[in-house]
Design a protein around this ligand. Structure first.
Ligand SMILES: Nc1ncnc2c1ncn2[C@@H]1O[C@H](COP(=O)(O)OP(=O)(O)OP(=O)(O)O)[C@@H](O)[C@H]1O
Ligand SMILES: [Mg+2]
Length: 232
């Protein structure tokens, strides 16, 4: 399916960071704020977010045979779920003019499979591009927490057994954290890095202030008529 070019009127904001860094918490807060301002908000999660993607998520994170999964297989499965959600949900929402808040997107593959699993930039970038075409985030928010905090927060999570990625070792988490910081440093026009050890309120305020400056032109949270606000 053909994907839209960058001329759509919607805005795509992706959230990245280690497990437990606070992505879902902040997406809920930002989504609430923007919805009050009259924006149509679409939130998506990766892997998953579509019927097909949720089945892929099961294989990736919860399937009992998953421990034998090769890094290459993992990369392609994440990309498969992403190819589906971008066509089924994200692109149509952007064409309608919605604000899409994506809980992880292509940078997760760059960092988890490219850096932490060592598959390298080249193949991961190529596969990412094949999956998403030109549907790139206008802004990517990285919530940065030290590995120790990430692990503490995951272990506090009630009831749920850690998934396959969460069972990885400390060295893996360190590579993920550093990977995001290096990526963000190299692309400052797209990335915003926030310190995830602050209070939820302080993080929300910092994210909002960065987004206002980059996308929403100083407005409180209301949509200005005839103004898509996308950075590109
Ligand atoms: N700023 C914060 N300070 C302390 N605890 C927080 C903060 N933000 C979120 N939390 C708590 O940390 C846990 C993880 O938060 P959240 O689920 O939002 O992270 P996540 O990045 O979406 O995690 P995952 O990658 O596993 O989906 C939750 O229990 C949440 O209440
Ligand atoms: Mg989450």
């Amino acid at each position: 399916m053909a994907l839209p070019n960058t001329q759509h009127t919607g805005i795509l904001i992706s959230f990245e960071g280690s497990e437990g860094s606070g992505k879902t918490t902040q997406i809920t807060r930002l989504g609430g704020r923007l919805a009050k301002g009259g924006y149509e908000i679409v939130t998506t999660r990766e892997p998953g977010g579509t019927k097909i993607g949720e089945q892929v998520r099961e294989i990736l994170l919860h399937n009992s045979g998953g421990d034998g999964m090769f890094a290459e297989t993992e990369l392609l499965l994440f990309a498969a779920a992403r190819a589906q959600i971008v066509r089924e949900t994200i692109a149509p929402a952007l064409l309608r003019g919605a604000v899409v808040l994506s809980d992880r997107y292509l940078d997760s593959s760059t960092v988890y499979q490219g850096i932490a699993r060592n598959l390298g930039k080249g193949p991961v970038n190529e596969i990412n591009r094949f999956a998403v075409g030109a549907v790139m985030p206008d802004v990517t928010v990285v919530i940065d927490v030290p590995t120790k905090v990430s692990i503490e927060r995951i272990s506090k999570r009630k009831g749920a057994r850690p998934d396959r990625m969460e069972r990885e070792n400390i060295g893996f988490y360190e590579k993920v954290r550093d990977g995001y910081l290096v990526l963000a440093k190299g692309l400052p026009e797209r990335f915003v890095v926030v310190d995830g050890t602050q209070s939820e309120d302080a993080i929300e305020a910092e994210i909002w202030s960065a987004l206002q400056a980059r996308l929403f032109n100083g407005e409180q949270a209301g949509r200005q008529s005839g103004q898509g606000g996308a950075a590109e």
